[in-house]
Each structure stands twice: as structure tokens, then as C-alpha cells.
Design a protein around this ligand. Structure first.
Ligand code: AMP
Length: 361
């Protein structure tokens, strides 16, 4: 099949790398050429609002998917009149607005952090008073990697936070004292079959994912089942096809759903080397009408992101167990340039890697 991907970043790259062995070819559509997908398929350059460019792209594809959730819903809807688009555009609608998203989750009986909407400084103040301090203000739309959010510990900070976040509609969330962050990555195929990966345990530095471990250690069967039930409810409600990720907070022996991403997810990159079928392969399998592959872990898999500057690959390769993935992107502060995965690492191997890749604070 000819698979079209909206976006030409590293997720598109890894989708294509997983899809070629299955006999597919790839076409990308982005607003600028993608360094990561260079050489992996034709890239159509155009605005997401340019219907003519989108129609030309659709003609070159048998099915279209996307690698990031800020693709305008209208773009996905327009393409879906010409070619199947998976995951369904409704998944974009839900995940693009944090209020819509948390309301959707709550309506499915899924617990989330407490939240209020605020569209003015006065509403922001009221929300903080209602939820209690500290709380977190986030832009309803277009936030990622901790961008577009601010912690409020004192009511005096409100005018500055309102200004910093750009005076746009906000969600205000009660601050959750979680014991750890987890994510569940799951896939649903066109026949409605679901496959769920073991949970990932995630650690962030300055809002950017730093380390993920799959399976999350010391996870009770109750929590595992709770996460699986959350993923299943969302996948079924959206008649979803493809891979979905849901970020979770563990509080005691319960989970709160923080956000969902209708796409392959950074916390699932360890599935490439560590699971029987990677999240990328399963996404491609799902959208191309195949059955899903096993999500079983072959090993305890630990992934570190390479952010901002990449250590010399030769230096990384000194650790013989390190599976190195570089995205072909030029270095820039805060930019994800690659990741490295270790399988069943000893403490000393992991320390050797983390010393090389942990950002200096
Ligand atoms: P988000 O953009 O919603 O994924 O938030 C980025 C990071 O901020 C999360 O991974 C958490 O570490 C932290 N965070 C977000 N929301 C909350 C919350 N309500 N309470 C505590 N920490 C949060």
C-alpha cells in the first residue's frame, strides 16, 4: 500500500522504517521539508489548509495517517472524503483541546485530575480559588513537552501567568501529588481487535521525556488492569484504528488520565527493540488492514531520549548493548534528536549511558 503521513518528523520516519519490511511505501505531507524523512519517500510540501495540495497528496495514497495531533481537524476531514484516514479524525478533535479531552475521559468513567476552564484573568483566579493551590494552568490547545503551562503557587502570580500563557483559553488543573508517571500504549485494528503494551514508566526533565522503562517496574495487577480498561474504553468509544497513547499519573493504587495522543508516542520507542512488535509496526499493521502483532516484552527495556545535542555516535557505540536511533535532525536546544534503548541493562551499563545522555542542569 501507499501510506500517506501528515507530518515528516521522527515519528513519520520510524513509521516508514517499520512499514517498508511489510511491503508498503510512504508519502509525506508537511509544511516544510522534513530532515527525518529525507530519502524515505516523497514529501509533498503545502499548507494544511491548501485543499488543492491535499487533494494531490490524497491521490498518491491508499490510506492516510498522521504523526502529530495538531493536524487541523478540517484537514483530516477533507482528506477522509478522498481516502481512508486513520486514526479517525474524531480522535484529533478530542485530543486537541484539553477541556474536551478531560470531559471525554470523565464521560467514559475515567478519572482525571480535577480541572476548570478559564478564559479570562478573573476566571483564572476563580478557578485557582476553587481548586486550591498549587495548581497548573495550561493552554487548552497546542501545548507539548511542558510548553504552554505554568504552576501557580500563589494568587499573586496570576496576572503574570495569564500574560505569559498569552491570554488564550486555559485549563486549570489541581496539582496531583503522583508517585510516578506511566503511559499505556495500545492499538486497535480495523476488525476491532485490541492489543495493549505493558505499561511504560516515564521520567521527564524540564517537561521533556528523559527516560522510559517498559514494563513499568513493580506494577500491581490491579493497576495494569485499570490502565488496560482505560485504553480499551477510549479505543472502543472512538472506533479507533491505529496506535493510541494515554499518559497517566499513579496516585496510591489508582490512576488518573492526564492526556491522550492519537498516535505513536515517545514513551513507546523502547518497543522497537524490546517488544515482539513495535508500536510503529502495529500502527502500520492496523491502518493497512492487517491483524496486530504481539505486544509482549522480549526484555526489560529502558529508553533514554537524546535532547538538544547528541553525544558523538561513536561515543555511544562504546556501550555495545546500546541500540542507537538517530533522527537525522540538526541540533537545537530542547529538540529530540534521537533515542537509545538498552535491553535488560545492568546497573553499570545504564549508568554509563545515562551519564552520557542526561542533560546537565
Ligand atoms: P502535560 O503537557 O499535560 O503532559 O504535562 C507535562 C508534565 O507536567 C506532566 O508529564 C507532569 O509531569 C506535569 N503535570 C501536568 N499536569 C499536572 C498536574 N495536574 N499535576 C501535577 N503535575 C502535572
Amino acid at each position: 500500500m501507499k501510506i500517506g503521513i501528515l507530518g515528516a518528523g521522527q515519528l513519520g520516519r520510524m513509521l516508514a522504517l517499520a512499514g517498508y519490511p511489510l511491503g508498503h511505501s510512504f508519502v509525506f505531507f508537511d509544511q516544510a521539508p522534513g530532515e527525518s524523512t529525507a530519502g524515505l519517500g516523497t514529501t509533498h510540501i503545502g499548507q494544511f489548509t491548501d485543499q488543492q495540495a491535499l487533494a494531490t497528496f490524497a491521490k498518491a495514497c491508499d490510506v492516510v495517517t498522521y504523526e502529530f495531533e495538531n493536524v487541523p481537524c478540517e484537514t483530516a476531514h477533507f482528506l477522509s472524503t478522498k481516502v481512508p484516514v486513520y486514526p479517525p479524525p474524531q480522535a484529533l478533535e478530542v485530543s486537541q483541546d484539553r477541556i474536551v479531552e478531560k470531559t471525554f475521559l470523565q464521560n467514559l468513567g475515567i478519572a482525571t485530575p480535577r480541572f476548570e476552564a478559564a478564559s479570562s484573568e478573573t476566571e483564572l483566579r476563580n478557578a485557582c480559588q476553587k481548586l486550591g493551590l498549587p495548581c497548573i494552568a495550561k493552554t487548552r490547545r497546542f501545548g507539548y513537552d511542558g510548553k504552554g503551562q505554568a504552576r501557580i503557587s500563589d494568587l499573586a502570580e496570576i496576572p503574570a501567568v495569564w500574560k505569559t500563557l498569552g491570554g488564550t483559553p486555559l485549563i486549570i488543573e489541581g496539582f496531583v501529588q503522583f508517585s510516578r508517571e506511566l503511559s499505556v500504549i495500545a492499538a486497535r485494528d480495523v476488525h476491532g481487535e485490541i492489543a495493549i503494551y505493558p505499561l511504560a514508566q516515564n521520567e521527564h526533565i524540564q517537561g521533556i521525556l528523559h527516560r522510559s522503562e517498559i514494563p513499568a517496574p513493580e506494577l500491581s495487577p490491579t493497576l495494569r488492569q485499570e490502565a488496560q480498561a482505560i485504553a480499551t474504553k477510549v479505543l472502543e468509544k472512538l472506533s479507533y484504528v491505529g496506535v493510541l497513547a494515554i499518559e497517566l499519573f499513579q496516585v496510591g493504587d489508582h490512576l488518573l488520565a492526564n492526556e491522550m495522543a492519537p498516535r505513536v508516542h515517545n514513551s513507546g520507542h523502547a518497543t522497537i527493540d524490546g517488544m515482539v512488535t513495535s508500536q510503529f509496526e502495529n500502527h502500520i499493521r492496523a491502518i493497512s488492514g492487517m491483524s496486530l502483532g504481539s505486544t509482549e516484552a522480549r526484555a526489560r527495556s529502558v529508553m533514554y531520549n537524546l535532547v538538544g545535542t547528541t553525544p558523538d555516535p561513536k561515543e555511544l557505540s562504546i556501550i555495545p548493548d546500546a541500540k542507537i536511533h538517530l533522527y537525522g535532525k540538526s541540533p537545537r536546544s530542547g529538540r529530540k534528536l534521537g533515542h537509545v534503548t538498552l535491553l535488560n541493562p545492568s546497573e553499570s551499563t545504564e549508568t554509563a549511558l545515562s551519564t552520557k545522555v542526561t542533560p546537565k542542569s
